[in-house]
Design a protein around this ligand. Structure first.
Ligand SMILES: [Zn+2]
Length: 387
């Protein structure tokens, strides 16, 4: 049996794998599987289509339903172009902080979850504890749905999930969802002096961008629902983050490409917003085709995440509130895998150590104090499951 590593030792191992989303996470998964199997814990994998990444999940305790899942992602955002003081893939302590890519988002929690699973295995638990480590979270939470389906087929079904994104250990019970698109407006090129006979993809595309501005004016101006009022801003908004197109001053643009992304408050349906946008794009396309039949508006789905809706008497929330004593209402505007777990029928809460404000930055760190607070949380958690 391998040594039982401290959370800090486990974190150092995890940070050393440069699991940027575009690259494989298999070295990390191999290490975790080796470590857990060394402690008698059976691991399962769900592979992606190209088999260069895998999710890992495992179960400890009685082979019964109703357990608790600790959910984390193994991938991290890139460090390209960021000024780091020390190697981002070497855990480095300075001034009471542990630096490294993923220390906050979210290998800190992953390390604590791995520690807790081994602890639960040795201490014994009456209620099962499971771990679920996904891939491709940072590129749109796309790894979670197939992982959850695979888990449900392989393990006794759990009932509650703690998604350990950094919340300073506050129980977060709701967040926005979203849908986004890549839009390609295809126009028709003519000399710009006779632009009425062509279709400028830029000038028509700008109408869709202006539609986004109008939607924001509408949603920001509306009275928020009780559910939406807990969010900042208390409404759905839509954003165009990239745009390019055209070839010359005096040619109507043949192509214009832009992104369009909605962040949707709980209580509203991301798919309804998707449909509203598709309807607007189709209406615009019809107007363009009245000028030139070749014109098109091609909308490609880029990203979709359900909203994470506060639960009535949520079991996951109740457990975390008991462990932390935090009874305040916390909502966030970033997306997590909690909405996928909730959609799959689990009670879910987002709660993890560290501050989301530090995530994705150069010199990302988790303070030693925050990491220790996470360790205390896991000790209480394992104790609660043993009882
Ligand atoms: Zn994260």
């Amino acid at each position: 049996m391998p040594d039982r590593l401290s959370p800090r030792d486990i974190l150092a191992r995890l940070i050393a794998f440069p699991t940027v989303s575009r690259d494989s996470n298999l070295d990390l998964v191999d290490w975790v599987e080796d470590y857990l199997s060394g402690h008698g814990i059976t691991c399962h994998r769900h592979w992606n289509d190209t088999r260069d990444k895998a999710a890992l999940f495992a179960h400890v305790g009685p082979e019964v339903e109703g357990g608790l899942v600790l959910s984390g992602h193994t991938d991290v955002v890139p460090v390209d172009g960021q000024p780091w003081t020390s190697d981002p893939f070497t855990l480095t302590e300075r001034d009471g902080r542990l630096y490294g890519r993923g220390t906050t988002d979210m290998k800190g929690f992953d390390a604590l979850a791995i520690w807790a699973l081994v602890e639960a295995r040795h201490a014994g638990v009456a209620r099962p504890l499971q771990i679920a480590l996904s891939y491709d979270e940072e590129i749109g939470c796309t790894g979670a749905p197939p992982m959850i389906a695979a888990m449900q087929a392989a393990l006794p079904r759990a009932s509650a999930v703690i998604v350990g994104e950094p919340t300073n250990l506050a129980p977060v019970t709701g967040h926005k969802g979203g849908v986004s698109f890549d839009v390609h407006v295809q126009g028709f090129e003519v000399h710009s002096s006779i632009l009425d006979r062509g279709v400028s993809a830029i000038m028509w595309g700008a109408k869709l961008v202006e539609w986004a501005n109008a939607v924001n004016a509408e949603t920001y101006g509306a009275e928020p629902s009780a559910l939406a009022a807990a969010f900042d801003p208390p409404c759905t908004n839509v954003h165009v983050g990239m745009i390019r197109g055209g070839t010359a001053h005096n040619i109507t643009a043949k192509d214009c490409h832009f992104s369009m992304g909605f962040r949707v408050v709980p209580g509203e349906d991301p798919q309804a917003w998707r449909q509203r946008f598709l309807d607007r794009a189709a209406a615009l396309e019809a107007e363009m085709q009245a000028v030139r039949p070749e014109a098109r508006v091609i909308v490609t789905d880029a990203f979709s995440l359900p909203t994470f809706v506060p639960e009535e008497d949520g079991a996951a929330e109740a457990l975390v509130r008991r462990l932390t004593g935090d009874n305040a209402t916390h909502m966030v505007s970033y997306g997590t895998e909690a909405s996928h777990f909730q959609t799959a029928g689990y009670s879910a809460v987002v709660c993890g150590p560290g501050d989301i404000g530090i995530a994705h930055q150069p010199d990302e760190y988790i303070s030693v104090a925050d990491f220790e607070a996470g360790h205390d949380f896991m000790r209480r958690l394992v104790g609660a499951l043993a009882a």
